[in-house]
Design a protein around this ligand. Structure first.
Ligand code: ADP
Ligand code: MG
Length: 252
């Protein structure tokens, strides 16, 4: 059975997509197969892995809204050993369309169960909201991987996420738990970064990964070349950090 992680935080721009792509891309190098699921209508994970969305005939939208066979939508990436369920703009409408569908919170869970190929890890990139798409992600996952950008209000957002998590644990998915918290866009030159990091570690001592992800320009350049950091610049500070993070995650 795969270990299923949802990369989640309702704030945008905290490093969810960067973390999803670069953790997933490190798996094959560590001997593990992976599937990455792009549940964000913006599709940055899909384009960041070099897939041109306008050329796709099917996406995760068809799977969760129209119950299209997931095995016809999953496709390989340029990283051997990593497959993807790509996103599409139409997914933005799914937030509303799902409301009237049966088992609206469990569409992704059921779809993943019918995958013919099994993976060691499934990494789901969530949209920046706590709507039905994210609920589908959290119902399909066992672990939440929460990126936190070390800035003001970083911890405030965690309150809403904790509340949603408790609701989902109670009503829909009792297995859901925090798999880990990762400090992203880390800049040790600013005292604010260090203060927030200290607060997060104090509040979640066991859950916060030792590895922090530095602010690193190579990480922000890689998606425009359609490559994960493992291909674009694996020895950059960001590349080394994501490899360390992936090892730490696997060891948990
Ligand atoms: P989210 O998915 O949470 O919205 P992204 O992963 O898309 O966040 O990151 C937001 C922006 O910040 C992107 O342009 C991304 O390239 C950039 N970025 C993310 N992490 C880093 C990092 N560690 N160093 C530099 N830029 C980063
Ligand atoms: Mg994103």
């Amino acid at each position: 059975m795969p270990r299923v992680y949802a990369v989640v935080n309702q704030k945008g721009g905290v490093g969810k997509t960067t973390t999803a792509i670069n953790v997933a891309a490190n798996l094959p190098g560590l001997g593990l197969s992976g599937l990455i699921v792009d549940m964000d209508p913006q599709g940055n994970t899909t384009s960041g892995l070099g897939i041109v969305r306008s050329e796709l005939s099917r996406s995760i939208y068809d799977v969760i809204v129209d119950a299209h066979d997931i095995n016809e939508v999953v496709r390989p990436t340029a990283v051997t050993g990593l497959d993807i369920l790509p996103s599409h703009r139409s997914l933005a409408g799914a937030e509303i369309e799902l409301i009237n569908l049966p088992r609206r919170e469990r569409r992704l869970l059921y779809a993943l169960e019918s995958l013919r190929t099994s993976y060691d890890y499934i990494i789901i990139d969530c949209p920046p909201s706590l709507g039905l798409l994210t609920v589908n992600c959290l119902v399909a996952a066992e672990y939440m991987l929460i990126p936190i950008q070390c800035e003001y209000y970083a911890l405030e957002g965690l309150g809403a996420l904790t509340h949603t998590t408790q609701l989902i644990q109670r009503e829909l998915n009792p297995r859901l738990k925090i798999g880990g918290i990762v400090l992203t866009l880390f800049d040790p030159r600013t005292t604010l970064t260090l203060q927030v990091a200290e607060q997060v570690r104090a509040q979640f001592p066991e859950k916060t990964f030792r590895t922090v992800i530095p602010r690193n320009v190579r990480l922000s350049e890689a998606p425009s070349h359609g490559m994960p950091i493992t291909q674009y610049d694996p020895t950059s500070r960001g590349g080394v950090a994501y490899q360390e993070l992936t090892k730490e995650l696997i060891a948990r």
